[in-house]
Design a protein around this ligand. Structure first.
Ligand code: SAH
Length: 396
């Protein structure tokens, strides 16, 4: 096994058990290592710190599998870690009963670069790092064993994978394709998941709890759901008794899926739903000009700041849509606003939402802080795991 020595003064992060070793922290490599190979990580002075996956092309030069320098990284290691991640979810009743569930949340479940989402009998796996790629077989086998699921689809076509110098890979890696569309239940509704063509692994499981909260707030409201994707929030608002739900997305296929999801739930009042294919920034300006108003607005935009480097540009975009939303909100209206950008911190986001209120001339207060559901844990040693943050704001 090759040895990687950290640079003097650059060991702090690893000593705090953060799993990423950046290129500027990595000093000498003793021996040879190919992408994904396991390397021994040592402090500058030679003290063993753990074992990591080597990724020579990425800025994150290595991702630590284990901070136990004696732990062997082999098939059994993945069997243990995958089983542990699955067992953690089974131990929580609110998660154990979900048909749509994140089983492995990468770094925060001790498996850097590995995402696995379960949709009924189908597991969708995403391998985002050289190390995860190397252990594909062991990870898939362990997932099948731990879940008993019939099939596993690989959806390894993310941006972060490209940064590791890995080509995209998609397709079935275990079992036979299902006969028809994969449909999962969520908070009493049914939603089809396009794991092959949709975003991420097909669905935004992270918003499950927040969609339930919206349902509780929606009774009698005129709701505006911006960036609706396949209609998760929209359908919950209808189920909660909203008077009208207007949903906007720029993606035609997402809206098509949203309409299909509404049909999958015949108990919902379809006549109260309106879908609009548009750019949210433009549509909100037009609504303002037309004097439209809403009692409850959801803003769940895509990642404006994939990394800290995009933070400035992203901040302007967040300020813009939040300002536009306040201007469409009736007095006493609710704004449910999110950022899923890793490069946008919680405090910064709150400041932007506050500045938008100020610019709109609205007095407002936070009723709740919102985050991803519990199947998307945040490793305490890995604050980057807190990518999704939201606020429920009541504006006078
Ligand atoms: N709230 C959704 C997830 C939103 S993902 C859920 O709970 O499932 C972000 C969505 O924003 C995507 O569907 C994408 O198509 C859409 N989008 C991105 N930029 C947009 C823009 N400028 N205007 C409208 N929609 C946009």
């Amino acid at each position: 096994m090759a040895k990687v020595f950290l640079r003097a003064g650059k060991e702090r992060s690893a000593l705090r058990r953060h799993p990423w070793l950046f290129e500027d922290a990595v000093g000498r490599l003793e021996g040879r290592a190919r992408p994904g190979d396991t390397v021994e990580v040592l402090a500058h002075g030679g003290k063993p710190l753990g074992r990591a996956a080597w990724s020579p092309e990425a800025r994150i030069r290595a991702r630590v599998w284990s901070f136990d320098p004696a732990e062997t990284i082999d098939d059994a290691f993945f069997k243990r870690r995958v089983a542990l991640a699955v067992a953690r979810r089974q131990a929580m009743p609110e998660l154990a009963e979900q048909e749509g569930l994140r089983l492995i949340h990468a770094e925060s479940d001790g498996l850097p670069g590995v995402i696995a989402d379960r949709y009924g009998e189908t597991v969708v796996v995403q391998l985002n790092s050289a190390g995860a790629e190397k252990w594909r077989g062991a990870i898939v086998t362990a997932l099948v064993r731990a879940t008993g699921c019939a099939r596993v689809y690989e959806r390894s076509d993310s941006e972060s994978r490209a940064q590791e110098g890995l080509a995209p890979i998609t397709g079935w890696v275990h079992g036979e394709p299902p006969d028809g569309p994969v449909v999962v239940g969520e908070n009493g509704l049914r939603l089809a998941v396009d794991f092959a063509g949709g975003h991420k692994t097909g669905f935004y499981l992270d918003q499950r709890d927040n969609r339930r909260l919206l349902r509780e707030l929606a009774a009698g409201q005129r709701v505006l759901n911006c960036f609706c994707y396949t209609g998760g929030f929209s359908l919950q608002a209808l189920a909660g008794g909203a008077e009208h739900v207007l949903s906007i997305d720029s993606s035609g296929p997402a809206l098509e899926q949203a309409r299909a999801n509404l049909i999958l739930n015949p108990a919902l009042p379809a006549e109260r739903a309106e879908w609009l294919q548009a750019d949210v920034f433009e549509a909100l300006r037009e609504f303002r000009a037309a004097g439209r108003a809403f009692g409850l607005i959801v803003l769940d935009p895509p990642k404006f700041a994939p990394s800290a480097a995009h933070a400035e540009q992203a901040a302007r975009a967040y300020l813009d849509i939040n300002l536009l939303a306040y201007r469409l909100l009736v007095p006493g209206g609710l704004l449910m606003t999110y950022s899923c950008s890793g490069g946008m911190g919680t405090e910064r986001f709150q400041k932007i939402v506050a500045n938008a209120a100020l610019d709109a001339g609205r007095d407002a207060r936070i009723l709740r802080r919102l985050q991803a559901a519990a199947d998307h844990p945040i490793g305490l040693a890995y604050p980057e795991g807190e990518y999704l943050k939201g606020l429920l704001v009541l504006a006078d």
